[in-house]
Design a protein around this ligand. Structure first.
Ligand SMILES: [Zn+2]
Length: 347
């Protein structure tokens, strides 16, 4: 028997070994999804606006970190292509976006992105450019940006608080931006980012009518194949949150995969102390799981109730105050931080 085994099977042993390793590895990889850390900038080196600007040094630190550590940067189009396929984000990658088309992006950041072949998407609210507002890019500059390899995304026409408006106003505002894009660029960009990162079921419904099937918010978190296509997270960078340590932490963070998140409505009108529940896909391996939120206007660690081993409930101590209610949940599994974030808009 031994002889028989040796004779017939020995040549196949290496193959069998490869099969075993592959099977084992795919099981290991299915355990987590590194995901995409998407970053969002507004202004560059405009120190009059520290809450929306990063210093030139901070920005160069970010880019240097990416280049020196050979971190893969994908375009937002690629991110969406992967989301639409059955693929998962099994390699840790990052992506860059810039909102509002300020002139400082064109002067300071775009030359750096361009020179280093780093993809970046610019989300443009068309009114500011149409009206040639001071401090904004011109259509000529946006055309140069596109011709030099940049990607443009939609950001409405008047940069309105979308959930606070009715269907007709939302539609006509988006339509107006489309007309401007066609007039000045010759096409309607596919990508969309919500002004202030604010959305609602109604807004998402209107986007669907326009054939837009993915859009970006501005809540922290890492994108995975489980992320809500109409509410993709982005890490906001400014003078306070643009320091290199925080950038590296966010760039290295893994996705925290969740599903069946409730409430399904992001815009809270009546009940400002919602029952928040979701199911965690990742194996937490008994690691600490913490959620921070700002009900009542104060950031606090929230009480977490386990409904089942996978389903959890966040027990808010107070109602959210008007504006934005944020939720950040993190856990460290096997030396990797995993991050899920969410944002409610409160009337
Ligand atoms: Zn904006």
């Amino acid at each position: 028997m031994n002889k028989y085994f040796s004779f017939f099977f020995r040549p196949f042993l290496p193959l069998f070994f490869i099969f075993l390793v592959n099977t084992f590895c795919s099981i290991v990889f299915a355990d987590n999804e590194p995901g995409v850390s998407t970053f969002m900038y507004h202004r560059f080196d405009e120190n009059k606006y520290p809450s929306t600007s990063v210093t030139k040094e901070q920005f160069l630190d970010h880019i240097n970190f990416v280049i020196t550590n050979e971190i893969e940067v994908i375009s937002l189009e690629k991110l969406i292509e992967i989301m639409k396929s059955d693929d998962t984000f099994e390699k840790k990658v990052i992506a860059f976006s810039v909102d509002d088309a300020y002139r400082s992006f064109y002067d300071i950041a775009w030359p750096v992105f361009k020179e280093n072949n780093i993809p970046v998407t610019l989300f443009v609210s068309t009114d500011s450019v149409d009206k040639q507002k001071k401090g904004y890019m011109s259509w000529d500059q946006i055309n140069i940006f596109v011709n030099e390899g940049g990607t443009v995304g939609q950001h409405t026409s008047t940069h309105l608080h979308l959930p606070l408006n009715d269907r007709e106003t939302i539609k006509s505002d988006i339509l107006k931006s489309h007309k401007s894009f066609v007039k000045h660029l010759g096409f309607i960009p596919k990508l969309f980012a919500y002004p202030y990162g604010e959305t609602s079921k109604l807004v998402i419904d209107v986007l669907g009518e326009f054939g837009i099937d993915h859009s970006f918010g501005q809540h922290s978190g890492v994108t995975s194949s489980y992320s809500n296509h109409y509410y993709l997270p982005r890490f906001s960078l400014n003078e306070n949150f643009g320091k290199i340590d925080r950038f590296i932490f966010a760039a290295k963070a893994y996705s925290l995969r969740i599903e069946d998140f409730i409430p399904s409505e992001m815009y809270l009108v009546e009940n400002k102390k919602p029952n928040i529940e979701f199911t965690i896909i990742d194996d937490l391996k008994n690691s600490d799981f913490n959620c921070f939120s700002n009900p009542g206007g104060k950031w606090n660690k929230q009480i977490i109730n386990k409904i089942t081993s996978k389903r959890i409930q966040i027990q808010l101590q107070e109602a959210y105050s008007s504006g934005r209610g944020r939720l950040n949940c993190t856990t460290k599994i096997d030396d990797k931080w995993h991050w899920f974030g969410y944002q409610f808009i409160i009337k």
